[in-house]
Ligand binder design. Structure first.
Ligand code: SF4
Length: 439
């Protein structure tokens, strides 16, 4: 890096969708010759991509802004929290600029205004697949923005608007570039993956001479042709989700579905403004498992939603027992500024929320431990994530990065990070598996 290269510190907070926004801004910055540096002290300016989804994320974003202002002083704020510009500007009047989510052009304008680009735009070569914030072997592929639902606890639609799907040919072009760059796993993300294409009425596009509809199934099938691990996240539980299960059974895409069910009680789902009949969901899960027995289902739930009674909560625990989900995350409900749920009566006291959270986790731990111990003796393909003092950690098809468990591989063999290996499972606990290399 030349001493005159303008240097930008970049902090990316929030979910994988925000990570993709950050990657796009960083790619543009690098293409224009800016350098990205890992600390505040050596940066000429700092950009913070914030998250504003729940109160703890807002706090983390505000703390990060404060820290960057103290240590650097020249700060641009963007991302979800940026949509509350007034609040941020009144709290931090010395910020250079505040822009909202997906405001990539405005971020670039603010950068140009306060830190002009170098004259030679080719000072830094940007890889064709763009700059990725994830490890070299996996990448998030964002297929749409926004959401047509109006879940009462969520402000995403007011931050990011209604569903807008990327044309299927563009998504596949990006996947192809990722495959050519050596990526092993693509994680498909959006706010609502199974609604892909609803907004453009499933428009037909052409990709490499084949007509394809901008549709969940067509996308999953086409992605399956790349020979990579394809993992589907944020799948809303519509009936047509079942269409992709045969693709999983055939090995075209990973037998893994991330479906945030959020709750199981009819009353609470109604208050959340989410569809879903417990019995129908259970029927569907049973059918999917008949077609694809290896299917792993991950989900998230909220406990302590306003109005949740002990009976509602018991219904949720009963759902866990019946559904036997593989991976489960749980949050205690917390109000989000601007969310419709804030107006609901009967808040659940904090102590009750905590108590339900622990009961929920205990119930699921038993299920998870049983499911994982059933894997002892099985052979699995794993993707190596990193080296540790004891050996290596890897993930199987059942583990998404960051949110699920790991497979710990003991031994002194040298494995390559980002490569696939076959392992034999030797032990398990509530979250992780332990393995040795297959002979
Ligand atoms: S489906 Fe509901 S929770 Fe998910 S982004 Fe849309 S409104 Fe928010």
């Amino acid at each position: 890096m030349s001493p005159t290269t303008p240097r930008i510190g970049f902090v990316s907070l929030g979910c994988p969708k925000a990570t993709v926004d950050s990657e796009q801004v960083i790619t543009r910055l690098r293409a224009e010759g800016y350098a990205i540096v890992p600390d505040y002290d050596n940066a000429d300016m700092v950009i913070i991509n914030t998250c504003g989804f729940i109160e703890s994320a807002v706090d983390e974003s505000l703390q990060t802004i404060d820290e960057a202002l103290q240590q650097n002083g020249r700060v641009i704020v963007t991302g979800c929290l940026g949509s509350r510009a007034q609040m941020i500007e009144s709290r931090f009047p010395s910020l250079l600029a505040v822009t909202g989510p997906q405001a990539r052009d405005q971020v670039m304008q603010a950068v140009h205004q306060h830190l002009p680009a170098p004259h030679d735009p080719f000072l830094e070569l940007v890889p064709k697949q763009g700059v990725r914030l994830t490890p070299r072997h996996y990448a998030y592929l964002k297929i749409s923005e926004g959401c047509n639902h109006r879940c009462s606890f969520c402000i995403i639609p007011s931050l990011r608007g209604d569903l807008t799907s990327r044309p299927i040919d563009q998504v596949l072009d990006e996947a192809q570039v990722l495959a050519a760059a050596g990526i092993r796993e693509i994680l498909v993300i959006s706010q609502d993956t199974s609604a892909y294409g609803v907004d453009c009425r499933y428009a037909t596009r052409f990709w490499q001479g084949q007509p394809l509809q901008t549709r969940f199934f067509d996308l999953a099938r086409a992605l399956g042709q790349f020979g990579l691990w394809i993992r589907l996240h944020y799948v809303y539980p519509y009936p047509h989700v079942g269409d992709v299960i045969p693709l999983m059974a055939d090995g075209a895409i990973l037998p893994y579905l991330d479906i945030p069910f959020q709750h199981a009680s009819k009353t609470i789902l109604k208050a959340m403004r989410r569809p879903g009949s417990r019995d129908r969901v259970l029927e569907r899960i049973t059918k999917w498992r008949e077609i694809c027995p290896e299917l792993v289902i991950r989900s998230t739930f909220i406990v302590g939603f306003p109005g949740e009674t002990e009976t509602d909560f018991e219904e949720l625990l009963d759902f866990l027992d019946c559904a036997q989900l593989d991976r489960v995350g749980c949050f205690t409900y917390s109000a989000v500024e601007g969310a419709a749920a804030n107006a609901l009566p009967d808040p659940v006291p904090a102590a009750v929320k905590q108590e339900r959270y622990h009961r929920f986790m205990q119930r699921q731990q038993v299920i998870s431990a049983r499911k994982l111990s059933a894997r002892i003796g099985q052979e699995l393909t794993v993707l190596v994530e990193s080296a540790t003092e004891q050996g290596f950690v890897a993930r199987s098809y059942a583990d998404a990065p960051e949110i699920d468990g790991l497979v710990h591989i003991d031994g002194d063999q040298r494995l390559s990070v980002g490569d696939f290996y076959r392992v034999e499972i030797t032990a398990a606990d509530e979250y992780d598996l332990y393995a040795r290399l297959s002979k």
